[in-house]
Design a protein around this ligand. Structure first.
Ligand code: TMP
Ligand code: ASP
Length: 237
């Protein structure tokens, strides 16, 4: 049973349940970018992202990657394991786009022969600065064993998602993962959705993700619906 709110983020609200080991993650229609400086709403965004995330978590579990996903309670409410979130944004990059093209002399569209794993400290206050293993250990937010495991898991998730999304007609330039601790294990947490991935249509090259909102590139709800149609066609039957 849903109990009081634990935390409300920029796109999701987390609620307690009767069971301290389980939480409810409610995907909302609100949307922010640039550390919360740009804000909006998009119809059905929470629903599409929740369903896409559900499908990708289920698929990863089948592939042997542990996640916090437990099930769906409604169209946009996900039951998840309560985890201790490690405040590091882990970003596997396959094709250069976004911040890596602004921070370094790397042209957009450059294909990385070896995926690049970028770690950022998750903090709007500090503007998500670069993180690495030594900084994480110095700050006491993870151990070297944990960062090694996170890196290996991120590479594996990347490999699985690139292949899966290719079959659905998408390129995956990059995406963001968060990890959490539960019972001495590390699991993939948060969400994997159009808000947290760059998805380019394989035939047109068009963005079908939150870059539409970040850079005013068109109708976000329509693009998210198209992604949902390819990944979770069953919800349209
Ligand atoms: P970036 O190019 O802006 O660093 O973003 C890299 C990827 O991470 C991109 O797929 C979008 C995702 N992302 C988030 O999920 N949350 C964030 O706060 C940021 C900055 C990026
Ligand atoms: N999620 C981040 C924010 O709200 C940034 C982003 O995704 O671009 O600011």
């Amino acid at each position: 049973m849903k109990k009081e709110m634990l935390y409300s983020g920029k796109a999701k609200t987390i609620y307690k349940t009767d069971d301290p080991e389980k939480l409810i993650s409610e995907f909302r229609d609100s949307l922010t970018a640039f550390d919360g400086k740009k804000k909006s709403e998009a119809a059905n965004k929470g629903y599409f992202n929740a369903q896409i995330s559900k499908k990708l978590f289920e698929m990863l579990e089948e592939e042997g990657i542990p996640t916090h996903y437990l099930g769906m309670l409604s169209e946009n409410e996900m039951l998840v394991r309560a985890v201790d979130i490690i405040p590091i944004e882990v970003i596997p990059r396959n094709i250069a786009a976004g911040s890596i093209t602004r921070k370094y002399p790397i042209e957009e569209g450059t294909v990385f022969k070896i995926p690049v794993i970028v770690l950022d400290y998750k903090s709007d206050e500090y503007g998500d600065p670069m993180m690495n293993e030594d900084i994480a250990v110095a700050m006491g937010i993870a151990t070297y064993e944990e960062t090694a495991q996170i890196r290996a898991m991120a590479l594996k998730v990347n490999e699985i998602l690139v292949k899966y999304l290719d079959e659905k007609g998408f390129l995956l330039p990059d995406f963001k993962l968060e990890f959490g601790r539960v019972d001495d294990r590390i699991v993939v947490a948060d969400e994997i959705s159009c808000d947290t991935c760059r998805l380019w249509d394989k035939s047109t090259g068009q963005s079908m993700d939150k870059d539409i909102f970040r850079f005013d590139k068109g109708d976000l709800s329509r693009a998210y619906e198209e992604v949902a149609r390819r990944i979770v066609p069953e919800i349209f039957e």
